[in-house]
Design a protein around this ligand. Structure first.
Ligand code: ATP
Ligand code: MN
Length: 429
């Protein structure tokens, strides 16, 4: 007989009451009494309680089955208020597909232990839900860029010269040459705007971050758009619209997941453009009035960013930074060359989630900057070409996908925003 194979979530949604069907999945929990064995079975979509009675031919299989064994179950759906989720399956036939050995993850394991068995911990409900939201957030990001007329492009991961400061670059042997892993696709995206005008990518960036923090990985996914004929105001408006779009879509489409993860969704619902904007100079004044001792021209660290974000309690921008703390490609304000057109978006608890700005589009200005910073002109020859042939004012930004998720989902540490986190100490499994 052909059996209907269904997703567990559909059973829980009440679509199959009193129906006979088949589910496939893994044993999540098991409890036995004299007359009944209770199996909690999970698949990608959810967890449902299944009961096997002593007089059923499947009783011996049910006795034998272990936690995390893969199974196929046939049975009838019953409405039962006592069952978690309100439905259970009365099992008529249980087949074990893969009998599991004793599963190493039991209750009350340390964080450290769970990180070492990440490949197994990914089966947890928590990781399952986070990965689903991550996938949806990515989809909304792509939707937004498509909606705005951006073309998705694929930048190289091997690069021959650094985008920013070289201190966090990963070097690697490339045949008999020295190359690096990319930290940002920006420079290559800039080349592409001369063909496509509006481009973006979602790609890995690599950073040799030596300090352990809750917001740094050595490999993370970087959302980077770059577009022509735009200024700082266009940039900030685009960023706030993107973030609002992502937050509202996620609240709407991932309600169940967010509830199960006990996420505070009110902060996402409240996200609304326009975001507050303060200059770097105002930010230092605010900080110093709180007892910090920042000299004009110093960069902010995590503590400063968090303190500023407490004031706002929602996403906001800091812009117009001192030239000396920003990269060579940042465009200076023409009426004040000590300041560059760069802006960070900050959120509570996490601090910076994006950096963007206008790029220097004047060739002579760019050459002066390279020289001043001791960078070799020949390393950037192709980049300077972009100012030689039809230069245009343009802007772009980089948003860390995992930083964003850490904030959105109230995660304690960025490592839970990616399936296989890489940090200075962790690269297994
Ligand atoms: P930070 O000062 O917080 O280390 P940054 O200013 O060096 O970050 P950018 O070069 O501005 O980082 O990168 C753009 C965005 O990429 C950041 O705003 C952040 O969201 C994300 N990002 C940067 N470094 C990391 C990292 N090591 N792990 C995860 N995300 C990162
Ligand atoms: Mn930054």
């Amino acid at each position: 007989m052909l059996m209907l194979v269904v997703a567990i979530q559909d059973v829980l949604d009440g679509k199959y009451e009193e129906k006979s069907l088949t589910i496939r999945g893994w044993i999540y929990r098991k409890r036995e009494s004299k007359q009944t064995i209770f199996l909690l079975v999970r698949d990608a979509s959810g967890v449902v309680q299944c009961t096997v009675k002593r007089d059923n031919p499947s009783w011996t299989q049910a006795k034998k089955v272990t936690i995390e064994s893969s199974v196929m179950l046939e049975g009838t759906v019953k409405h039962d208020e006592r069952a978690p989720g309100g439905y259970e399956i009365a099992v008529e036939n249980l087949s074990i597909i893969g009998l599991a050995e004793v599963f190493p993850i039991t209750e009350y394991k340390s964080e450290e232990f769970l990180r070492n068995v990440r490949h197994l911990w990914l089966r947890s409900r928590r990781m399952n839900l986070i990965m689903k939201v991550r996938s949806e957030v990515l989809r909304f990001i792509h939707d937004f860029f498509k909606k705005e007329g951006f073309v998705e492009v694929s930048p190289p991961m091997f690069i021959s010269s650094a985008c920013e400061g070289g201190s966090t670059l990963f070097g690697l042997k490339y045949f008999d040459k020295q190359l690096y892993l990319t930290q940002s696709a920006q420079l290559h995206l800039e080349a592409l705007i001369y063909s496509l005008e509006k481009v973006y990518c979602v790609a890995p960036s690599f950073r040799a971050e030596k300090s352990r923090t809750i917001r740094h990985l050595t490999e993370y996914w970087h959302v980077e758009p770059e577009w022509a004929f735009a200024d700082m105001d266009d940039l900030m408006r685009f960023e706030e619209n993107l973030l609002s779009y992502i937050c509202h879509k996620t609240v709407k489409n991932c309600k169940k997941e967010m509830e199960s993860l006990t996420v505070d969704i009110s902060k996402l619902v409240a996200v609304e453009a326009p975001f507050p904007r303060i200059t770097y100079t105002e930010a230092t004044e605010r900080l110093n009035s709180k007892g910090f001792k920042i000299k004009w021209g110093e960069d902010f660290g995590y503590d400063e960013e968090k303190a500023l974000a407490e004031d706002f309690g929602k996403p906001f921008f800091v812009y117009a930074y001192p030239r000396q703390i920003k990269a060579f490609y940042c465009k200076t304000y023409r009426d004040n060359p000590d300041l560059v057109m760069s802006t960070d978006m900050l959120v509570p608890r996490i601090g910076e989630i994006s950096t963007g700005g206008a790029r220097e589009d004047d060739k002579e200005e760019l050459l002066r900057r390279l020289k001043k910073l001791g960078l070799r002109e020949e390393d950037y020859d192709w980049y300077i070409d972009l100012r030689r042939y039809g230069t245009v004012p343009h802007v772009g930004f980089g948003l860390g996908l995992e930083r964003l998720l850490t904030w959105m989902l109230d995660l304690e540490n960025i490592i839970d925003a990616i399936p296989f986190p890489r940090t200075i100490r962790r690269f297994y499994p």
